[in-house]
Design a protein around this ligand. Sequence first.
Ligand code: ADP
Length: 244
Amino acid sequence: MLAIENLTKSYNRGALALKDISFCIEPHTFTAILGPSGAGKTTLLRCILQLVKLDGGRVWFQGQDLTNCSAKDLRNSRTQIATVAQQFNLVRRRSALENCLGGRLQELPLWRCFLGVFPISLLNEAMAALERVQLLDVAFQRADRLSGGQQQRVAIARALTQRARLILADEPIASLDPETAHIVLGLLRSLCTQEGLTIVCNLHQVELAKQYSDRILGIQAGELVLDMPTHQLSSSDINRIYRS
Ligand code: ADP
């Protein structure tokens, strides 16, 4: 699904934010990326999406080299990669349904986007996505009237409407209470197990990473210091990620 090869990134020619990172992600897996603040987790996700310029290395997504492809191929690949962010990144004044439809705007003619006239098949798909995350009852409510947990589930429904195969989640539960955090991570886990999506999720909480992921990558000061199946993770491994 995803291959990262010798990825290196610095900001403004300063210290390296990522140092020679390489790993592969198998389809239909849930990978948690653990690491202290400033370790480079967000930068890694931004590099995968080519939102920042890499200093070196390659990113392959489903056999396509995203670091060396046309703008059109990059756009096409990005349609299959959804992001779920800490702050939900919804259009606050739009309804849950409209936010889901936002995941497919790029394939619609401009007039449909301007007039808000969507094909019935797409509306059905967005409604089905909201039903999948158990939010059909708030489909027509404005996003900013929803709770944090509901907003994050709308973001996940948007990823489903987008028909993403890979979800990159950047600390998706950082602003949620513990109970809601379990609901959101449980949902991501079930999309992986039941719908075959691939999840890569930055997390702070070791216990949650152990509970929901198949594999753990540990990043410390821009270096990949750990890469192992979750069931093998020991407390000394965790110390390796969080040592100062
Ligand atoms: P994490 O997500 O693990 O907290 P980040 O990827 O946000 O880590 O940051 C990694 C390093 O890159 C940090 O030292 C941070 O200060 C630096 N950094 C992140 N974004 C920028 C930016 N836009 N400009 C300059 N430095 C940045």
